[in-house]
Design a protein around this ligand. Structure first.
Ligand code: F6R
Length: 365
């Protein structure tokens, strides 16, 4: 049941720290400072790996965007996130998939588009590494290798804790694909960060009252815009999806640098602009994007864990907990923005746990 919570979505957002802990459990050999043997690909296959595709739909696709970034940053292997539907529509051509790997991400393991992408890969000799949350699901059964995210059962239609668990799973996969001396220091720093991530994710939930407060500012908006650079942009895509899905609020995520290439024309006095800033070396550039929007009247709200971030243009800056490593910032960004979507939905009187027109698992294309 929902216990003390008014909705499953709220309960499941609060279960994110446990989802992180359980997904790490048994997947990391803490004493040796490396991911567990079971996550590794056979030696030859791993060493020869030339490229990765990461495919999923909806929230899982957003996790893939981050996953591709992590694989490139941590393992140094070229990686591309694709919508599973696009992968299945235009699978790799003859030879293109050689020494490639498809990482298929799906909470339910039953999403038709994702299953078709996996089958298309296998038909071309590309092995499939699945990340899924439901043991014994179709995807888990057909994949060549499986990493179970252990978020537990997710009842609300909107993905919340399962997204956080997917991020952890993809980080573990990136670590599993990395090897050799090069980048060893970074790998152990990421692992150290993961060791404190349960605590960090848990602390991010302390923003709940502030998010409930902000929801009152947004509840009557007709549209909100969200911006970030790089992986922060991926995180805003997911936050926007939550606002659309559970709050029926038109929310559009954009790369911050893209604002001045057209969308700035949408900004008028009082337009709500939400920004994520997870990377120190990009803060000044983001701040300049935000200043430009604020000077056109945007009401800017920023989420960041960074000290002394230069966001004078912001009406409010919400302080996120230290993620332990900059690559892990998306883990602490997610729960507060999920809470925001929840409270905006609550204020707008939507069917939060079962939004209109949607199903938990999309088993038709
Ligand atoms: C959004 C949401 C959907 C799913 C998508 C893929 O909150 O839940 O976008 O993420 O339908 O579902 P799975 O992960 O089960 O393949």
């Amino acid at each position: 049941g929902k216990g003390e919570f008014a909705h499953f979505m709220l309960k499941e957002i609060h279960e994110a720290p446990r989802a992180v802990a359980r997904t790490l459990e048994g997947h990391v050999d803490w004493s040796r400072g490396r991911v567990a043997e079971g996550l590794l690909l056979p030696g030859g296959q791993r060493r020869g790996l030339r490229r990765l595709w990461l495919a999923g739909m909806g929230t899982a696709y957003h996790a893939c965007l981050l996953g591709a970034w992590w694989v490139e940053q941590i393992a140094g292997i070229p990686a591309r996130a694709v919508l599973a539907s696009d992968f299945r529509d235009d699978p790799p051509r003859e030879g293109e998939g050689e020494r490639g790997l498809l990482v298929a991400v799906s909470q339910s393991g039953e999403t038709a588009d994702t299953l078709e992408a996996a089958r298309a890969a296998q038909a071309r000799g590309i092995p499939v590494y699945a990340l899924c949350n439901v043991p014994g699901s179709t995807l888990a059964r057909l994949a060549d290798r499986v990493l179970m995210t252990r978020a537990g059962t997710e009842v609300a239609v909107a993905a919340t804790k399962s997204y956080v668990a997917q991020m952890v799973g993809l980080l573990l996969l990136a670590l599993a694909l990395a090897e050799g001396e090069e980048g060893r220091v970074r790998r152990s720093q990421v692992l150290d960060g993961l060791a404190s991530s349960v605590e960090a994710v848990s602390r991010s939930l302390a923003l709940e009252p502030a998010m409930a407060d902000l929801s009152r500012r947004l509840v009557r908006e007709r549209a909100v815009y969200l911006v970030g650079r790089g992986p922060d942009h991926a995180a805003t895509l997911e936050a926007a999806l939550k606002l659309k899905e559970v709050a029926y609020l038109h929310a559009e995520a954009m790369a911050a640098a893209e604002l001045k290439h057209g969308s700035l024309a949408l900004i008028e006095e009082g337009t709500a602009l939400l920004a994520l800033s997870g990377r120190a070396h990009l803060a000044a550039r983001l701040a300049s994007n935000l200043r430009e929007a604020a000077s056109r009247g945007a009401d800017v709200f920023v989420w960041t864990h960074l000290d002394g971030a230069p966001f004078q243009a912001a009406r409010r800056t919400y302080r996120l907990p230290d993620p332990g490593h900059e690559l892990l910032a998306p883990l602490v960004q997610a729960p507060p923005l999920q809470l925001l979507a929840y409270y905006v939905g609550l204020g707008r009187g939507t069917e939060i746990d079962r939004p209109r027109n949607l199903a938990k698992s999309v088993t038709v294309e």
